[in-house]
Design a protein around this ligand. Structure first.
Ligand code: NOJ
Ligand code: NOJ
Length: 473
């Protein structure tokens, strides 16, 4: 694809993604009838739908839920839109609703909900009863257990369906999003500082109390200790410590910084010297095939550590990305013939069987974002590049280590663009981005118009602008 055509497509997709993503936030005009379960769901203000397109495994999945993880990523992308002037500053109001919705969820109580539901099981069609949580499971969801819920009904009630629980990345991810929006709130909407601080404090204190416990991974498939969850917990606690210190709560700040330090030590164990990758999980049964998983790349771009281990400058992170690129290049038919102009469409891990088993928009865009951020980092600090980066950087530019930082920055932006070009090849003209695009045909698959896919485009494109603006600094 010609560079000018690609730039034109990116600008158009940015506008379309901004519109389509915001449709998932406070979608109070939508109604979802979860018919076989006898439930009707009307989204409340501040809820964020993983996907606003109504479906019920017919065949697309029912994503009409407020997922903790997805909504944190989406609201962070909303912040990027506001900061970059793509939408007006009045959109900060959406954070007010998001925070109010989040605070309300904290008070959920499974036992009270069961009483309110009454004899709801009789309204569930017999075949579907197997998918409903039992009373005991629901009754236990109160206090801290609420924060371990991976998703909620967007009307602010507990999810009555069986699912992979608990998942502990959500509160940490939301804490990161809230801390990033704080400067905007202080400048533009100081009246909402108090409620934001309350929610942030709750997310940090949950993370502080529970980071030692196992939970399900972000793919909702396996309980354990997962790199993604631990890295966002580490980042949230490290930044939370700074925030609490600024608030004058030195005791909390100390506890958070100690936990962050312990997590940093724990994260070092994810590096596998023989495999040469950061593993996505610590499983007793090594080599589950999921060691090499895009979740590691997503963790790094979501956690946004500035430097050091687990940042975009960490040679171990870059080695992992290189291995993932090679994996998907060889795995997916649509990647045949991809080269320097068109980078491989990326998925989750080898052997994924969910819907088309990849490729994923957020995976491919996540790779683009990592390259763009690396370009910015290289432009900002010439000394950031060391001999440890050589194996990765010389894949792009044989002379990468010879001090030509401007050429290196350009090569990194070009590699990010090559991932964007892949997305441009498969994204429809309407701008709708499904969860996946088929690894053999490129056709959209799984949830249609996934808010997270748009968020991934928006943050990748925002990072590209930063990388371009960093020229010559
Ligand atoms: C398996 C999928 O891989 C996962 O990502 C999904 O969230 C769960 N099933 C629930 O559908
Ligand atoms: C499946 C993904 O595996 C999970 O990470 C995500 O939260 C849900 N879909 C909703 O988008």
């Amino acid at each position: 694809m010609e560079k000018s055509a690609l730039l034109g497509w990116m600008q158009r997709q940015y506008e379309l993604s901004a519109g389509l993503m915001t449709k998932a936030i406070s979608a109070t005009h939508l109604v979802k009838e979860r018919r076989p379960f006898g439930r009707i769901v009307r989204p409340a203000p501040g809820s964020v739908l993983a996907c606003p397109v109504i479906a019920a495994y017919d065949p697309d999945p029912d994503y009409f839920f407020h997922w903790a993880r997805d909504s944190a990523v989406v609201m962070d992308a909303l912040r990027v839109l506001i900061e970059r002037g793509a939408i007006g500053p009045e959109s900060i109001r959406r954070f007010e609703d998001y925070v109010a919705f989040g605070l309300k969820l904290l008070d959920l109580d499974g036992a009270a909900y069961l009483r309110e539901l009454g004899d709801f099981r009789s309204e569930v069609e017999p075949f579907f009863r197997q998918y409903v949580r039992d009373d005991e499971d629901l009754r236990a969801i109160v206090g801290d257990r609420v924060q371990g819920e991976p998703r909620f009904n967007p009307d602010g009630t507990l999810d009555i369906l069986k699912w992979s629980r608990p998942q502990h990345d959500g509160p940490a991810s939301r804490a990161l999003t809230l801390m990033r929006v704080l400067p905007l709130v202080e400048a533009r909407a100081p009246h909402m500082k108090g409620s934001l601080a309350r929610l942030l404090d709750a997310d940090l204190s949950f993370t502080l109390r529970h980071w030692r416990e196992p939970s399900y991974d972000i793919w909702e498939e396996e309980p354990g200790f997962h790199y993604y969850t631990r890295l966002v917990q580490h980042a949230a606690l490290a930044e939370g410590a700074t925030w609490h210190e600024a608030c004058g709560d030195f005791e909390r700040a100390r506890a958070e910084s100690e936990a962050a330090q312990e997590l940093r030590v724990a994260l070092a164990a994810y590096w596998s010297e023989p495999e040469g990758v950061l593993r996505s999980r610590l499983s007793s049964d090594a080599g589950t095939g999921k060691d090499l998983d895009i979740a590691v790349v997503l963790a790094v771009i979501h956690a946004r550590r500035r430097d050091g281990p687990h940042s975009i400058l960490d040679p171990k992170v870059l080695a992992t990305l290189a291995r993932l690129e090679d994996l998907f290049a060889s795995l997916y038919a649509i990647n045949r013939g991809c080269g320097s102009d068109r980078a491989p469409a990326m998925g989750r891990y080898a052997g994924d069987r969910y819907y088309s088993g990849g490729a994923y928009y957020f995976s491919t865009l996540g790779a683009a974002e990592l390259y763009y951020r690396l370009a910015t980092a290289v432009a900002a600090d010439a000394d950031a590049v060391t001999a440890d980066h050589e194996p990765f950087l010389t894949r792009l530019l044989p002379t990468a280590l010879e001090g030509e930082h401007e050429r290196l920055r350009e090569a990194l932006v070009a590699r990010g663009d090559a991932f964007m070009a892949t997305v441009a090849t498969y994204a429809p003209a309407t701008g709708e981005l499904a969860e996946q695009f088929d690894q053999a045909t490129g056709a959209p698959s799984s949830a249609k118009d996934l808010a997270w896919s748009h968020a991934a485009f928006i943050t990748a494109f925002g990072s590209r602008r930063e990388a371009v603006e960093a020229r010559g600094t």
